[in-house]
Design a protein around this ligand. Structure first.
Ligand code: FES
Length: 290
């Protein structure tokens, strides 16, 4: 079976959106879950969180950052191209309930997996405060979509080019200082360092904090061991089979962050191979046109 790309959008520098026709995936998709995609028959498995889905149309939206050879190859696909593998939904869905007031913190590309969670929380009756963060204005996307399902949105940029010049933890701390007993839960999705500091910010206020570790997954199979999450005083878990969401207060963040450097060498080698293949094809095309 082949899965056609119905829509492609460039959201910001190196971040792309694709809408895929994959009815079997959307039938049971829920906020917080992920998919496994392969760009070609022999390609590596890429775990990507579900950014949106439409059950009637049978479509699923993915948003990805071109950070390695496989995501670069995916980014080169165009509308009308097909993907050989779109598998899912995988992982445990977010625990959605009417908690009262919740805060959703989304950093960088983390806005994509946070969107369906924010929507589900709002639809469940919560008052939703959203904090969005990006390095600069150009890297920010889906603000309007987040506003649609939030009672309040605070936008922060590192360089102050849009919204407030701050890290997401600053407005979060202010909210907690003024109103911690009324904040039932915090969700945080974004760079690992951001999720670590969000968890450290909420811990003294004892506000339950959920983070999504989809970014540490390697192949999403439960077998490679690449997404092992060390927990303080608990057994280690695997992001792809036990998660991707976990209690941010019991994660051993230093170990998670050091694991993320494990595959740097292989990722670099794959990137070099991708570039070499491109140069070889460019050369062939140039020779043919002589
Ligand atoms: S990604 Fe390989 S075990 Fe989880």
């Amino acid at each position: 079976m082949e899965y056609p790309i119905l829509r492609k959008e460039i959201l910001s520098e190196s971040v792309k959106l694709m809408v895929l026709h994959a009815p079997h995936v959307v039938r049971n998709a829920k906020a917080g879950q992920f998919l496994i995609i392969r760009v070609n028959e022999h390609g590596e498995r890429i775990p990507l969180t579900i950014a949106d889905f439409d059950r009637e149309e049978g479509t699923v939206t993915i948003i990805f950052q071109e950070v390695g050879a496989s995501t670069l190859e995916l980014g080169e696909k165009e509308v009308g191209d097909t993907l050989p593998t779109v598998m899912g939904p995988l992982g445990h869905p977010s625990e959605i309930d009417n908690y009262g007031t919740v805060v959703c913190v989304a950093g960088g590309v983390g806005v994509a997996p946070m969107f369906p969670i924010t929507r589900a929380l709002k639809e469940a009756g919560n008052r939703v405060i959203t904090i969005m963060g990006a390095r600069n204005k150009e890297l920010l996307f889906w603000e309007e979509r987040m506003r649609e399902y939030s009672d309040e949105v605070i936008v922060c940029t590192d360089d102050g080019s849009y919204g407030r010049k701050a890290l997401v933890t600053e407005p979060l701390k202010e909210i907690l200082e003024g109103n911690a007993e009324n904040i039932a839960k915090v969700w945080a999705i974004g760079p690992t360092i951001m999720m670590k500091f969000v968890s450290l910010t909420t811990e003294p206020f004892e506000v339950p904090t959920i983070v999504s570790l989809n970014t540490i997954m390697v192949d999403g199979t439960g077998m490679c061991g690449g997404c092992r999450v060390a927990m303080k005083g608990h057994q280690a878990k695997f992001a792809c089979v036990d998660g991707p969401e976990f209690d941010g207060h019991i994660i051993n963040w230093d170990k998670v962050m050091s694991r993320m450097t494990f595959y740097k060498k292989q990722e670099h080698e794959a990137l070099v191979r991708h570039e070499e293949e491109h140069c070889r094809l460019d050369k062939q095309i140039a020779e043919m046109s002589v």
